[in-house]
Design a binder for this molecule. Structure first.
Ligand SMILES: C[S@@+](CC[C@H](N)C(=O)[O-])C[C@H]1O[C@@H](n2cnc3c(N)ncnc32)[C@H](O)[C@@H]1O
Length: 238
């Protein structure tokens, strides 16, 4: 599949945004924990006027909840899925004063801009990329961050030594047995998306991607009980 076809397939999958809202509402992918850790990590920056850049922001639900308890002054969200961005616009109304939502591929030059942010967020989006492309994305985000800024990544994390194939099969089996809000067709579409699009990394893998991209400190803040998902933080400064 070419890169353009790949983008179109991802876009088509997420255009049915309702299913992802169900995932968030039922905490299937631990958005409650994401909100808790994102709040703590952004608070730790102790900035009066906090600015955040989010790639693959979807409907910006997590950051909209974070912004209810800490003050975020500026937010730029980038996503290829127009319907998700419509929800993002609504979620962010009255919680962040300066919001810019960009419909576009996060790899295209134009979707980034010269403004430097305090924090970057990359949630459940980087696993679509092969390791080399993850390094190039992490590096690009680092250049958009203040020297003492932070990159928050929540994503798929394999156990050490587990192959991506075994991890994906184990994950899909968990979704099929536990995500009971979905019918057979929806689960089949999740299986198809996960098995063809996802490139998970171990915690050591994510750490070395960050190191190669110029980050010098890493922390694994959370892992779910099934060892599928995790919340990580990376800093440029030691
Ligand atoms: C699983 S959702 C995650 C949404 C949100 N970050 C969250 O954590 O709830 C993945 C998002 O990444 C977006 N996405 C995938 N590839 C992208 C790309 N190349 N550029 C911009 N957005 C992309 C999808 O449209 C989708 O909204």
């Amino acid at each position: 599949m070419s890169k353009e076809q790949d983008i179109l397939a991802t876009k088509a999958f997420f255009e049915g945004w309702k299913f992802y809202q169900t995932i968030i509402r039922l905490n299937y992918m631990f958005h409650a924990e994401i909100i808790e850790h994102e709040t703590a990590l952004l608070s730790s920056l102790s900035r009066e006027r906090l600015s955040v850049l989010e790639l693959g922001c979807g409907d910006s639900f997590a950051i909209s909840q974070v912004a209810k308890s800490i003050s975020i002054d500026r937010y730029r969200g980038i996503d290829i899925t127009s319907l998700a961005l419509k929800y993002a616009q609504k979620n962010l109304e009255r919680v962040i004063p300066n919001v810019e939502l960009v419909e576009g591929d996060m790899f295209q030059e134009g979707t980034f801009h010269s403004e430097i942010s305090d924090a970057g967020v990359l949630g459940y989006t980087a696993h679509h990329l092969e390791t080399k492309a993850k390094i190039s994305l992490f590096s690009r985000v680092r250049k958009q961050l203040r020297a003492d800024g932070i990159l928050i990544v929540y994503d798929l994390i394999t156990d050490e030594g587990e192959s991506p194939e075994d991890f994906l099969e184990r994950s899909i089996q968990h979704f099929e047995t536990s995500w009971d809000a979905f019918d057979r067709d929806q689960l089949a579409s999740i299986r198809d998306h996960v098995s063809t699009k996802d490139h998970p990394e171990s915690w050591e893998g994510w750490k070395s991607i960050a190191e190669e991209s110029g980050y010098s400190r890493s922390a694994l803040r959370f892992r779910d009980p099934q060892h599928i998902f995790g919340i990580m933080a990376f800093w440029s400064r030691p």
